[in-house]
Write a protein that binds this ligand. Sequence first.
Ligand SMILES: Nc1ncnc2c1ncn2[C@@H]1O[C@H](COP(=O)(O)OP(=O)(O)OP(=O)(O)O)[C@@H](O)[C@H]1O
Length: 236
Amino acid sequence: MTEPLCLQNLSVSRDGKAILDGIDLRLGESERLAIVGANGAGKTTLLRSIVGLEKPDAGDVILFGDVCKRERDYRAKRPRIGFLFQESDDQLFCPSVIEDVAFGPLNTGASEAEARLIAAQTLECLGIDHLAERFTHRLSGGEKRLVCLAGLLAMRPNVLLLDEPTNGVDAENGARLRAALLAFPGAIILVSHDDRFVAEIATRALILAEGRLKPAEIHDHVHSHRHPHIHAKPAP
Ligand SMILES: Nc1ncnc2c1ncn2[C@@H]1O[C@H](COP(=O)(O)OP(=O)(O)OP(=O)(O)O)[C@@H](O)[C@H]1O
């Protein structure tokens, strides 16, 4: 498959302030890349730029080998990219869980019966089939995260962009999330402040600071307790 994502010299600013300042990034087709950095560093802005929700001042977003400039370029690629928003309530909009997860397949041509079957299978794979008939707005924060992920996985995307997937997720659902991501065959960009989760999932890490991406090292070592760290790589 063609490389799913390439950013070339991408710059995005807001109110005259550079948020992303000449970002270059290539993502391999089954790579799991973590992007870490301080609050406000621009991680969400970077994810939004990838799917065309931010308009760059300069540079190129190349998705699956095609340069995307206009909304219709991005629209053609979005079904292949699952974007987990930082806020689950921005993502869930159907009354019941099963309807929400079936929405994507239904919207891309599956029959109602097929879409519900895909949704039921996806919920089962994630170990949350017991939530199928629940009202989405009555789920807990952690349950909502898993249901949002189910909605993305039901689309069988090539890439997942995950903005703080473990927010509000307890240990049991965290284990479900981890298993699902490790089994996912496509590429992942994981934005997270959860160093332990990053250490478990990511095959590469980058730090976003001052609008630029720098290589990071992932350490996951044991003292008296397990204690993962992620920090900037020393200059060569
Ligand atoms: N809609 C907006 N309008 C104006 N400024 C914004 C908007 N959204 C974000 N910003 C600003 O852009 C900068 C980057 O925000 P962004 O959400 O990308 O950071 P982040 O690294 O994802 O932060 P966090 O770790 O807190 O989620 C911040 O200074 C933020 O205040």
